[in-house]
Ligand binder design. Sequence first.
Ligand SMILES: NC(=O)c1ccc[n+]([C@@H]2O[C@H](COP(=O)([O-])OP(=O)(O)OC[C@H]3O[C@@H](n4cnc5c(N)ncnc54)[C@H](OP(=O)(O)O)[C@@H]3O)[C@@H](O)[C@H]2O)c1
Length: 300
Amino acid sequence: MRVLITGATGLIGNEIVKRCHTSGIAVNYLTTRRTKISADANYKGFFWNPENNEINVNCIKGVDAIIHLAGASISKRWTTDYKKLIFDSRVKSTELLFNTLKNNEHNVTHMISGSAIGIYPKSLTNYYSEEETQVNSSFLGDVVKQWETSVVSFSSLNITVSKIRIGLVLSNKGGALPQMAKPVRYGFGANMGAGKQWVSWIHLGDLSKLFLYVLENKLEGVYNGVAPNPATNKEFNKAIAKQLKKPLILPNIPKFMMRLLLGEMHMLLFESQRVSSKKIENSGFNFKYFNLNSALESLL
Ligand SMILES: NC(=O)c1ccc[n+]([C@@H]2O[C@H](COP(=O)([O-])OP(=O)(O)OC[C@H]3O[C@@H](n4cnc5c(N)ncnc54)[C@H](OP(=O)(O)O)[C@@H]3O)[C@@H](O)[C@H]2O)c1
């Protein structure tokens, strides 16, 4: 089997590439950085620039499935121009992949796209399954909705479509955890607001395993990519502090302060989505990291 991965050079993509190679799956990948192009038979890079509709169509040669993860980081200040990049890098890139398959011969039968739990409305009480139809009314909710909608079009090409709604990915190589752990490590850890907001997390190892599981079992439809036990922001900080053997002594940080500091993206720290992993578990998937403490123990 050969898969084409977009975003293969990123935190999640890189881990999926490793897992593909362990499972004997060859990888083609698309990158916007020419310096990242490798010519290895099992890891062949191709240039694309979704902003300009530019793609090396050789990328689909011999490919059976696509894993689509490309997207500009959401943890940079959301200026008007940057918001456009966040949107285009996900939606325009999906459209470019669609047109590439539509206009060229190929053997692709499965499209697995990344998505995000940010599609679910903010709530302290709801427990979200994939059946939820309400969409978060924020900028990110809109991006994720449009991203998912653009992915659905692949079914018109007789391609099985899967969408993984990814939660907060825990890794020691990047992403949110090192940023969350840093203030706690130096004794400045504090809850965001009342700390009651839900954080639906997943260990990077489990997430990459989940993508391969969906690929190898050709599971169709939407699946939440979160661990079975979400935690509140307060529980999260407490678990990090426990792991690092540091006290949490500072008062909670009010929302307005983070808004002044970060602008609109401060909302990322106050979002609250308690998301269920039941659907993927019921399909037979086994998590290695069920609880936050064991996940943090392996990472910090
Ligand atoms: N990490 C999380 O906690 C999390 C949670 C929910 C959802 N997600 C979503 O999952 C996907 C992968 O996340 P990640 O954490 O692995 O992100 P990441 O480390 O920032 O990697 C993103 C990848 O996207 C590509 N990219 C960046 N800007 C691009 C642009 N303008 N046009 C096309 N490609 C671009 C980059 O590849 P090149 O530089 O090689 O082109 C990069 O490897 C993202 O869409 C993200 O929103 C992540």
